[in-house]
Design a binder for this molecule. Sequence first.
Ligand SMILES: [Zn+2]
Length: 217
Amino acid sequence: MLLKLRQVGKKLYSVHLPSFVNMKFKEVLSWCFLFLVLLLGFTAVSVAYLKPSYLLDLLEISPDRVSSAISKISPPMRLDSVKHGIFGFLLGLLTLEPGYVLFSVFTSVLIDLDHAPFLLGLSVPARISHSLIFLSLADIGYLLFFRKKELVFVFTSSFLLHMALDKLNIPFLSPFMLSPQLPHWLRPIFVLLSFSLNLLVGRSRLREVMRVLHFRV
Ligand SMILES: [Zn+2]
């Protein structure tokens, strides 16, 4: 994209805008949509893997059941969502890309949708999709659908920070192994890794801006 900036004498100064300005909101929505499809799909398959009859149970949605599940969302859980949202936002800022900031906040908060089967009363782990297997499948999904390495970085970053904020109290090989077994010393490494990934994205975008943003006489 080329924008005219100003005319000085006979010289016209212009600037190329970096590609991120062209990023469409629709594109960000499609990333978020894929996230929801993958998360809900993985959650349902995991529930079915643990107990096939639970799958039918999961589909029996009634207003009473939904309101009972919602009533189980305690104030600390709501506060937790706010915390994840704030950290997702700060993490996303490192990418220097508004679309990735939105995506980071969205995934940081909504990964907790996997609590739904537990809240609906099924005997499954609450964090059933807080799993490195889900992370791997989702990353492959993003590579296949969007072919954007940066998107994989941003999603992985958001996932790792969320897990660290959950104190690694996660069934990290769910649905095959259900007990949280990650050592706590991994927490700072997850945090460091998540910030490093988004910093890498931000650095490459900054380079792109420096390279593309030039004035022509
Ligand atoms: Zn969580």
